[in-house]
Design a binder for this molecule. Structure first.
Ligand code: ZN
Ligand code: MN
Length: 487
């Protein structure tokens, strides 16, 4: 049986840490990186008699995200206790939502160049996080420490049905989800800090079959790379089992990113094992029309709307709009630049290629970069009026980034103005033609696309400073003259 004879179905559960100052059911701070066990109180430690109160902002953020995904906000939802024992869960249960979550349904659109695919959502619910176990293994001493600061941190869990067709599609879904969470102001989604964690389930069934195969679950994936790699490994493992006639058993797996391997963690519990019970310390969560209306009003412009607006307002290409809106800060930066230039499309391509490359390689982020919108706009304007060639854009940008000088100052100091002096240009053209006799002959025989090759050679000779229009016409003329003189 070949791999193609199985159909893959993937479902995801994503835990998102909500952007609140305090915890879900108490007033402890929910900051990251504080001294271990310094942000705790009787409520989040589960002391007897301590009563939880619901964090209003966490509820508001859940409403806002439900709306952003076109879900149905439930006017009445219910808190539940999910019982299990674990050293980082001092209460012995987690407060979550089970039978009646805060949001049902909704969808996420995956837009690619050719088609738009909608991934439906099953539900979203609010819950609290557990603490953290830190395993030490130093100098032969092996022990585990418990940090309860994270206990009670507000989480929004987003659940999809098993409809995702491949590990690549799962990754694409997560990228769009993360972008939407960031735009809507729900979470910073900093994955290194565990603010977005993914549980993924996968099953294979013979192609054409209408029944689902047995699914397995991979827990706590905290990078997109880990999600794709783990799902690919699990697909392969299940395929091998099925091909050799063995059944897939329902297990929970852990992904070891460093070893690139899956480990079986435990045999999967059913929901009955958690003995979900209604939470007796909290009344039902009631949401009013007014609360929903306020979140609709507070909704920032979302990625799809922003993309359409950028295309319409600035006349930029769809591809550039996609790249620019992938990072909210980058789109804002583009708009600040676009307001000060005469050629917004040129600014869009420059930012989405050259500047983005620099941001990515220097690892500073858009906010931290040492470059203002005014400074970049000046460079774009110099490029658009032909004061400097496109080839000089990158080195000038890098010099601005390093020195903090203006584009004009660098252009003046480095003398990178375009050379349109005819004698100098003809000199470079002659050298290029003399160095490439065979290619010149090919060009004369009709391989006209070699023209771009000659232009590249010329630009290299001119170190990017030749005026491209002047040079091109002189080059064509020179090559043509040679043909005529031969005839
Ligand atoms: Zn607390
Ligand atoms: Mn959960």
């Amino acid at each position: 049986m070949s791999a193609g004879e199985f159909k893959t179905v993937i479902g995801l559960e994503i835990h998102v840490q909500l952007d609140t100052d305090s915890k879900m059911f108490c007033r402890c701070r929910s900051e990251f990186g504080a001294m271990p066990n310094s942000n705790v109180c009787p409520v989040c430690l589960g002391h007897p008699g301590a009563l939880p109160t619901v964090n209003r902002r966490a509820v508001d953020l859940a409403i806002r995200f439900g709306l952003a995904c076109d879900g149905e906000i439930q006017r009445r939802s219910e808190w539940a206790r999910k019982n299990y024992f674990y050293p980082d869960l001092p209460k012995g249960y987690q407060i979550t939502q089970y039978r009646h979550p805060i949001c049902l349904g909704g969808r996420i659109s995956l837009a690619s160049h050719s088609e738009t695919r909608e991934i439906p959502l099953t539900r979203m619910h609010l819950e609290e996080d557990a603490g953290k176990l830190i395993h030490h293994n130093t100098g032969g001493a092996k022990y585990t420490a418990v940090d309860l600061n994270r206990c009670g941190t507000p989480l929004l869990e987003v659940v999809t049905p098993a409809v995702i067709a491949s590990p690549q599609e799962a990754r694409e879904f997560l990228l769009v989800l993360k972008q939407l969470l960031q735009y809507a102001g729900i979470s910073a989604c900093n994955m290194e800090k565990g603010e977005l964690r993914v549980d993924a389930n996968l099953s294979l069934s013979p192609a054409g079959s209408r029944t689902f195969g047995v699914k397995t679950e991979i827990k706590n994936l905290n990078s997109f790379r880990a999600v794709t790699r783990a799902l690919k490994a699990e697909r392969k493992r299940q395929q091998a089992l099925l091909q050799s006639g063995n059944p897939v058993t329902q297990v929970t797996l852990l992904w070891d990113e460093r070893a690139g391997q899956l480990q079986i963690m435990r045999h999967k519990e059913g929901s009955a094992d958690y003995r979900y019970l209604p939470e007796p310390d909290l009344p039902d969560l009631i949401i009013t029309d007014d609360q929903i209306a306020r979140q609709r009003e507070a909704m920032p412009e979302l990625p799809a709307a922003k993309r359409s607006r950028l295309i319409y307002q600035y006349g930029i290409r769809e591809y550039d709009a996609m790249v620019l809106t992938a990072i909210p800060d980058l789109a804002d930066f583009f708009e600040a630049v676009a307001a000060q230039v005469t050629t917004p499309q040129q600014a869009a391509s420059f930012i989405s290629t050259k500047l983005l490359h620099l941001i990515n390689t220097r690892g500073l982020g858009v906010i931290g970069m040492p470059l203002t919108a005014e400074a970049l706009a000046e460079l774009i304007n110099q490029l658009s009026i032909g004061r400097v060639s496109a080839a000089m854009g990158q080195p000038i940008l890098e010099a601005m980034w390093e020195s903090g000088e203006t584009a004009a100052a660098i252009i003046k100091r480095q003398d990178c103005r375009l050379i349109d002096d005819e004698l100098q240009l003809l000199n470079w053209i002659q050298q290029t033609i003399a160095a490439e006799p065979e290619k010149v002959a090919d060009y004369r025989r009709g391989r006209e696309n070699l023209l771009n090759y000659f232009i590249g050679q010329l630009m290299a000779r001119a170190k990017g400073r030749a005026d491209p229009r002047r040079m091109k016409s002189l080059l064509i003329e020179a090559l043509g003259r040679d043909i005529e003189s031969e005839d």
